[in-house]
Design a protein around this ligand. Structure first.
Ligand code: TYD
Ligand code: MG
Length: 475
């Protein structure tokens, strides 16, 4: 008799425990452990079914993949993969291709995570239309919406006339694979993978067991067939659905779709990418007709003081480099009276440790009294800024907010701040200066050693050595 063992898996972090507990000892989530049975004998090759399906279908690629019967054998690295090179599937959405490292790769599995309502279905339907238009057949499987709903959305997005775009509304993985076998797409989109289930597993859709097994099978399908698979995973705070984190290790690329639901800007970034860098980000704008690419981040920070509005103290624009692009981000700060010893330091979109450090630097080296002040700081538009080059902008916005002095209009600020109150040089200064100039900024505050490199035509460059010097320039 096969030995069946019961384990408890956390739906938030995926940790396994031998007994049930109210709180997961690994991640601290409450009521997140689910029972799962481990059958050692049947668990040997869970993907068998799918491999057989692909064998019986005949070889689509006609390569070593199907000829290689049974277990794979070890080969010298130069000959590995049978000389078959994975191709990139072309699309017309440059911002997404940029994050994927040049486009979707054949036979790869991409997981797109994000909060419900952020626009994942919209992005993937638009991408599916684009792949269908340029790259080949696409099957869009909707496990949450009916085919009519998907069609209605496609009509709004102007994607309903794509001949190579197929839609399927189903949640059963076996039936989905059946349809994949019938129409043989080049790209398979599953929106969302958390609602997909295998009927031979006793757990319900959305549980860790189902999610793991379904994703493992889909990864196998992608590798065996060369189909690019794109999965949507909801990130929920409540942990009702197993989070996409528990399958991140199984897939090739993990993208997150973030941004403030109440702002138009949406940012796609790679958390993991086996085919490219994780430094790049794609910027989109949500409009009435779907997502629009925001070229080079324009519009993230509008030039201040141009429209005749009075300058705002506590608001400073900084050119931030993300991957190969430069984005201008507005950083805002506010100080309000708090209680000594219990003053709040809150940040959104910024690193809270750096905020605490900059407040200490301001107290020590610029003589600001902030110990009994609450300090709030945020990056406008939902972009997460972690680059140390944004230090000076954040510091000046706090100083400006505290002293109620605004920075000169149309000025951008960049520089790293050291613990000694010195302003340290940053990299890619020329790119930052050019981007600031392109977007209409006429003056630039930079670290003194960078001043020479930063001089581009039409921009007044001020080099500063210390934070005191920088704060003096506040009007
Ligand atoms: P959706 O793609 O359904 O989000 P997700 O799949 O991540 O849950 O869309 C989210 C929101 O986007 C929706 O509430 C309405 C808005 N939206 C637009 O503003 N314009 C559009 O053209 C579309 C299709 C959606
Ligand atoms: Mg959706």
């Amino acid at each position: 008799m096969a030995k069946v063992r019961e384990v408890f898996v956390c739906s938030a972090c995926g940790g396994t425990h031998s007994r049930w507990m109210g709180k997961c000892p690994d991640c601290g989530a409450w009521d997140s452990l689910e029972s799962q049975t481990l059958d050692k004998a049947s668990g040997l090759d869970p993907q068998r079914g799918i491999v057989e399906v692909w064998r019986s279908m005949g070889d689509r690629k006609g390569d070593a993949e199907s000829a290689r019967d049974g277990a794979p054998s070890a080969t010298p690295i130069a000959e590995a993969g049978g000389g078959v090179e994975s191709q990139r599937i072309p699309s017309t959405i440059g911002e997404l291709d940029r994050v994927l490292g040049g486009g979707l790769v054949e036979g790869s599995v991409v997981l797109l995570g994000g909060e419900p309502g952020i626009g994942k279905s919209t992005l993937l339907l638009q991408s599916a239309a684009s792949w269908a238009h340029r790259g080949g057949r696409v099957l869009y499987v909707s496990s949450e919406e009916s085919a009519e709903q998907v069609r209605g959305r496609a009509e709004r997005l102007g994607a309903s006339n794509e001949k190579e775009l197929f839609v399927l509304a189903d949640t059963n993985l076996a039936r989905i694979v059946e349809q994949v076998r019938r129409i043989v797409p080049r790209v398979l989109v599953i929106d969302s993978v958390q609602m997909v289930y295998k009927s031979d597993i006793p757990a319900g859709p959305g549980s860790v067991t189902q999610l793991r097994r379904c994703v493992a099978d889909l990864v196998y399908l992608a590798k065996a067939s060369g189909i690019a698979v794109v999965l949507v995973g909801h990130v929920t705070k409540e942990g009702v659905l197993a989070g996409p984190r528990v399958v991140e290790h199984l897939v090739d690329v993990v993208l997150t779709f973030e941004g403030d639901r109440y702002h138009a800007h949406r940012i796609v970034r790679a958390v993991k990418n086996r085919y490219g860098t994780t430094m790049e980000l794609g910027i989109f704008e949500m409009t009435g007709a779907g997502l629009r690419e925001a070229p080079e981040g324009a519009g993230v920070a509008a030039v201040q003081g141009r429209d005749g509005a009075p300058p705002r103290p506590g608001s400073v624009v900084c050119p931030v480099v993300q991957g190969s692009r430069c984005v201008l981000v507005e950083i805002q700060a506010l100080t309000a009276s708090g209680f000594l010893g219990a003053a709040k330091r809150k940040s959104s979109g910024l690193d809270s440790n750096r905020l605490a450090m900059l407040i200490a630097v301001l107290e020590q080296h610029a003589g600001l009294r902030l110990a009994d002040m609450d300090v709030f700081a945020s990056s406008v538009g939902g972009l997460r800024v972690v680059e140390p080059a944004s230090d000076l902008a954040l510091l000046m916005s706090i100083a400006g907010a505290h002293r109620r002095k605004a920075i000169e209009p149309a000025t951008a600020v960049v520089g790293e701040v050291g613990l000694g109150g010195e302003v340290r040089p940053v990299t890619q200064i020329e790119q930052r200066a050019r981007e600031a100039m392109r977007l209409g900024y006429t003056s630039l505050l930079v670290p003194h050693p960078n001043a020479k490199q930063a001089s581009v035509k039409g921009v007044r460059v001020v080099g500063v050595r210390t934070i005191e010097h920088a704060i003096e320039t506040l009007g």
